[in-house]
Design a protein around this ligand. Structure first.
Ligand code: SF4
Length: 479
């Protein structure tokens, strides 16, 4: 593999939906023949190479266009196919090496599928003509960096940022003054909050769901409902959230990009607002390879989690749909995102999180943390970027129930790794493994409670809802 293209292309190239003129077909063939071997181009027709260190992001099996997922292996390989490098890790590394890391902050649009399979060179030529060929050529060889980048942007930014998107690399604070949810109110007031997760049932049984909500409600500020976690179908998150709202609990509605189209996202957000659901958490979601067979479509996601945040933030704050249509009464919600502090090098992970905050994330729930001391380098990087004051961070914790579940998490759950010392403690505990698991969780809470930039914890009980009372009480977090 060459230094230009660090991995193999994941899937074959796209072809246009409708027949193109012969000249355009010829140009497209030529483009594929050059960009395929050099950059791994899939002919998405929405080229981002200039923004992604000249490595095609479409080599990512999830087709992520705004940075890596949280499941990169410790060897920086792709968890979907460990024989391949994580292409986004390669992009971040090359951008850092070439001093172009800042370009990775720009929120990039989802694919315009009417262009898939078509050439993009024609667009570049047309845009160069628009700005003036002489002006462009003299600009890109200019000695002044500012001029070079202005001229470059006058061509490529226009192409990659269509009018219906207008993504940028700026922070956009929420446009509303008062908190829209109880969770937001508490976080703004500086309370150290506890959120938890109730696992949506595997059946249509409403009693189990209500019972689990009742078990945790008195001890937490909010309850997350996952969106078919691990790509295993369960009761829908929106239905669970509606039940929670009816029971007087505060739900966090998780939406996974894996099962969501751009249309579906916008309707789900409006529907959720109508049901009184005021917290939304956008996640990419586990790849279908993690779920039940037969394997679902592993092609590309319609939108990634950064794009979800951007779309939802604009719906709420600017009152517009993705296509720019105005809506009469925009939905209100407090927007969150997931983060995986140890997935990548701390500076790369912080850059990814910075982008999510710019796109609209107001709170983060982290992946499961078993080594709180490893949070420091990541928090320092966020601090350097001035992010800590712009986002509330809830640290993800799992009270381990048994040695077996510890090994399962370590080996089977993408992006989760347990240190040897925890695995050994759980193994040595034998019959007392449950107690040991609770003690480990309490120790972690103790060490993160006063950490700079940490606003609370997020307890993922994996079906062990009854443990919430004990953990919240014994950690001294019960209000
Ligand atoms: S680890 Fe995630 S971001 Fe990296 S290539 Fe695989 S799916 Fe894409």
């Amino acid at each position: 593999m060459s230094g230009i293209k660090p991995a193999r292309r994941w899937q074959p190239a796209f072809y246009p939906f409708k027949k193109e003129k012969a000249a355009r077909r010829l140009l497209a063939r030529l483009e594929l023949a050059v960009k395929g071997p050099l950059f791994g181009c899939r002919m998405c027709g929405n080229c981002l190479l200039q923004e992604t260190a000249f490595i095609c992001p479409m080599e990512c099996p999830k087709g992520l266009r705004n940075g890596p997922c949280g499941s990169v292996t410790p060897e920086k390989r792709c968890y979907v196919d460990e024989t391949r490098k994580c292409i986004w890790y390669c992009i971040y590394k090359r951008a850092a090496r070439t001093g172009r890391s800042d370009t990775l902050l720009e929120v990039l649009p989802p694919i315009d599928w009417s262009r898939a399979g078509t050439e993009t060179w024609g667009d570049v030529v047309r845009q160069v003509r628009n700005v003036g060929t002489g002006h462009f050529l003299s600009g890109i060889v200019s000695r002044q960096e500012k001029k070079r980048s202005e001229v470059w942007d006058s061509v490529f930014r226009t192409i990659r940022q269509p009018d219906w998107w207008q993504g940028d690399s700026e922070y956009h604070p929420p446009s509303y003054p008062e908190p829209v949810s109880e969770l937001e109110r508490k976080l703004r007031a500086g309370e150290f909050v506890v959120a938890t997760e109730v696992t949506p049932p595997l059946s249509a049984d409403p009693q189990k769901l209500s019972k689990d909500i009742g078990l945790v409600k008195p001890y937490v500020s909010a309850i997350n409902f996952t969106d078919s976690a691990s790509a295993i179908p369960r009761m829908s998150a929106i239905s669970c959230c509606a039940t929670a709202t009816g029971l007087g609990a505060e739900p966090v509605f998780q939406i996974a990009a894996r099962d969501t189209t751009r249309t579906g996202l916008q309707s789900a957000a409006i529907g959720a607002a109508q049901l009184g659901i005021r917290n939304i958490l956008c996640v990419t979601g586990d790849n279908p390879s993690a779920g039940c067979p037969p394997r679902g479509n592993m092609n590309v996601l319609d939108i990634d989690s950064v794009q979800m945040l951007w779309i939802l933030r604009r719906m709420r704050d600017e009152g517009i749909y993705l296509d720019g249509r105005k809506m009469k009464i925009p939905p209100k919600y407090f927007l969150g995102a997931a983060t995986s502090p140890f997935a990548s090098d701390p500076e790369f992970q912080a850059a990814r999180d910075h982008k999510k905050v710019n796109a609209g994330a107001q709170f983060f729930q982290t992946n499961i943390v078993f080594e709180p001391e490893r949070l420091d380098p990541w928090l320092e990087q966020l601090d350097k970027r001035g992010i800590l004051g712009k986002v509330f961070i809830l640290i993800g914790l799992v009270p381990l129930k048994s040695y077996r579940s510890a090994v399962y998490l370590h080996e089977k759950i993408p992006g989760v790794y347990l240190p040897e010392r925890i695995l050994k403690r759980m193994e040595a505990a034998g019959e007392g493994a449950q107690e040991e698991g609770v003690q480990i969780a309490l120790e972690i809470i103790d060490s993160v409670k006063s950490g700079k930039g940490i606003s609370g914890i997020h307890l993922m009980t994996l079906g062990w809802e009854s443990v919430v009372e004990r953990i919240v009480t014994e950690s001294g977090l019960k209000k």
